[in-house]
Design a protein around this ligand. Structure first.
Ligand code: SF4
Length: 325
């Protein structure tokens, strides 16, 4: 359904050109969930904004690549065509529901507006649809709360309303950018479960952007791990959890608490991700990598195919997968 090919995005800054996305490619099929994982500044959200056509431009600039949605390159469509796809066929869920929702309009009005603007519904019909949607995302007593304002809901309930807004027009693709980061752990799990259930029911494609490997294990089919603007590992979720093929993924996994590793110490990856203004030469992860050696400082590793549906951008992926240099 969606295929991003060799996407490059730059940002013009006072200090020079920042290489935010550097040759990213991934695909998502109907009914499938792709998790895009990375620390802040890895390019995961910028890629999603490019797909949605909401990149801040300038300073952001797509310098090359293709974004194919059902075979049409979105980058070649006029703005009007993109807007129509964005309204009807693709939707986005943001991290901070409080700032994404309008504070001075009731949630019923905001949900209903989708039907009035895009489907020509009357005020009464739109309100009914808003109540149905609130029910669908399990807002208790939806009918009596449809005239409440966003600040009258808890963080978890507001995020459900955001999901309802995204679902309203039954899009084919939803991009959820850190949808549960602002919520506490129990509510995170409930919101994730709801998203997974709706994705199955509506047979939507879902791109789940997160920095937290812990939240995607049960909901994603595949994971693309990003670092410094590139995908460094791409794999089906089970294989990636069982045996990561990139030291960065391994570092992320070792820093997530897991029941099957009870009693073992948690490890944080040392150092910080690089600035997109100064990406290290060679493998961009080498200053933080416990396996780095001379070749890593000289040569940028390409994304190798390392198994069916799996790839890794590490010169020494074999050492990780089967322990042989
Ligand atoms: Fe580490 Fe080298 Fe692999 Fe980069 S190429 S991840 S520095 S071992």
């Amino acid at each position: 359904m969606l295929e991003v090919r060799d996407l490059h995005v730059e940002f013009g800054t006072r200090d020079g050109t920042a290489r935010a996305v550097d040759g990213v490619g991934y695909r998502v099929d109907a009914g499938e969930t792709l998790a895009v994982l990375g620390e802040s500044g890895s390019g995961k959200s910028v890629t999603a904004q490019a797909v949605m056509g909401i990149l801040d431009s300038p300073p952001g600039r797509i310098t090359s690549g293709e974004i194919l949605f059902r075979g049409t390159d979105l980058l070649k469509l006029p703005e009007e065509g993109r807007r129509r796809i964005r309204g009807d066929r693709m939707a986005m869920i943001f991290q901070d529901a409080l700032s994404a929702l309008n504070p001075v309009l009731t949630v019923g009005y905001q949900l209903g507006e989708m039907f009035r603007v895009h489907r020509g519904a009357t005020r009464k019909q739109a309100r009914e649809r808003a109540v149905e949607l609130m029910d669908r995302v399990r807002i208790p007593a939806a009918r009596s709360r449809v005239d409440d304002y966003p600040h009258q809901f808890s963080g978890g309930m507001r995020q459900r309303i955001m999901i309802a807004t995204a679902l309203a027009l039954e899009p084919e693709l939803i991009i959820a950018d850190e949808p549960t980061t602002a919520l506490d752990v129990t509510v995170q799990a409930q919101v994730m479960e709801l998203l997974a259930e709706l994705r199955r029911e509506y047979r939507m494609g879902l791109i789940l952007i997160t920095h937290d490997l812990g939240v995607v294990a049960d909901v994603a089919d595949r994971i693309a791990v990003m670092y410094a603007g590139r995908i460094v590992e791409h794999a089906p979720v089970r294989e990636l959890y069982a045996a990561p093929a990139h030291p960065y993924t391994k570092g992320l996994l070792d820093s997530v608490p897991r029941l099957d590793r009870r009693g073992q110490a948690l490890h944080a990856i040392k150092g910080m991700p690089p600035s997109p203004l100064a990406v290290p030469h060679g493998c961009s992860f080498h200053p933080r990598c416990p396996m780095a050696r001379e070749r890593c400082r000289q040569e940028e590793p390409p994304l190798h195919e390392v198994g069916p549906g799996r790839s890794s951008a590490c010169h020494f992926w074999k050492e990780l997968l089967d322990g042989t240099p």
